[in-house]
Design a protein around this ligand. Sequence first.
Ligand code: GLU
Length: 591
Amino acid sequence: MCGIVAASSFQEIQDDVVAALGRVQYRGYDSFGFAWVSEQGGLASSRSTEADALQETCLPRSRTVLGHTRWATHGEVNLTNCHPHISTTGNFALVHNGIVTNFDRLLPGGSELRSDSALIVSLLEAALGNSNSRIEALQFVTAQLSGRNTLAVLFEDGEILAFRQGSPLVIGRSGEPDKKDTTDKQQGGIYLASDQLAFSATCREVCRVADGEMISIRSGQLTIFSCDLVSRSLVWIPVTEQYQVADKEGYPHFMLKEVMEQWQTVPAVLKAVDSENFAAAIHLLSQARRIVVVGAGGAYFTARQIAWLLRNEAGLDAIDVPAYEYTSFASLFSEADLMIAVSQSGETADTLQAMELAKHASLSVLSILNVPGSSMAELSDVTLQQGSGAEVCVLSTKSATAQIALGYALAMALTNKAVEARQQIQRLSHRLAAEITPELLGAIKRLAARLAEHQSVYILGRGQYHACAQIAALNIKEASYVHAEAFSAGELKHGVLALITTNVPVLVFVAEGDEFMAQVIAEVKARGAWVIGLLADDQCRAVCDEAIMLPDGGSVLGALVPGQLLAYYTAVALEQNPDRPRNLAKSITVL
Ligand code: GLU
């Protein structure tokens, strides 16, 4: 996943690059590092495996700096595998975002290299010795790499070369905007980054880079080359979105802050509901023969909930497919159909790949995203921006409820119930504010302390609560590392019941008047389970060992909140940092 930043300026730029890397650290926090052209000449570098040390990093003065924050795919998390990788001769430094999928085939026999990025360095060293120019050498190397691989290379004389393939890369420039292109010396600096928000505070304009293009920044001159090494003119567009400085606002973790602000972020989707894009989305939905809703990880479960709403509220032919399984469903869809892609970051590689397949088969694509200016927004026919603000915690909490709120608004608008949808979303906002009380937090915290003593927890739901159960299980796993598994309640007697013994925690989502779930509770209790009811009404309260009333009368949005809080407090009870679960990153930009 990794985050890349690089900058070249006629002024000192090191502090800007450190700040910019901090803004893309959500992409991976296994390690981070910098390489720069030192004042004395030559390259210098620094690395760390302590993610928190990035904020305090202070680099020596430099006008040309490269930075990287890593999510390891090849090679363990240590300083050796930390980027930037420096060539053996010390004359260039390289950062890489992606996976060399033919790593094993490219690796020379007997090589001890474990990192695909280090392999690229050795290939480039060899190619530089045999090529007429650096750009030709880089092209020779990148042509050998399979997979999505974006690179940036800093040479000791200050030249930066970069290549985009799959993983995102954007150019920004500071200084006064002007209309001239390649040959002008910039008054300000030229920046490269995985995400334009990295430098949005400094740059007024950005230039998009297409897959297969190369970039050269040399003595303040920026050139973009197409894959046949012909330079092209630059198209600068104004930076419209600013990086929002996220603050915990007094909460101990971003996760709790983001859960608690959902009463504001859910109604924030009404801005998208009022936009022209919403009308365009309704048009696409009403024209579509079939609809496939895709997402990955938590966004797949919100995609499931959106598909459920489109089927059950609007009567549409909508199914959900995990983005990473879309290839085996792709033959079912063609140009009369619509794909809805759901992603917080808009950069999720699996979902992007599914979208690319869909576009290739002439499907229309509607996306529901939280980060503006992302690769998915570029690829979509219509995008709905959920407007939840920066979500810092790796777990999707406020972004999940906002995505489902948009799905709900779409489903209702399709059946002429747009006004009712707006009222329900506003009502939910008030009810979340009123019902997430200190008493409720205290009750969930006490429950979490007991849950933290268990190795496994099973979560049962059905119908509208099946995806809620899956989201709750994912939240608990990610934040606390307690093994949590969700099942459709209907699966119980077909196998899952074998896992239920004395004192095994079983969470059950129960809809209003759901007698089948009352029977499920009886069946697990008969095997000695410790049953925690997440209840829309009082019906099963007496038969559960513990009961939490679902906020908002058990609406599919309100139903997510207790699972989020349970995950949070279980993580805290186990002394884990829920904002940065081990091995994970916020934006999954590799397949
Ligand atoms: N494959 C490289 C590594 O493991 C880059 C990983 C990434 O982009 O996430 O260091």
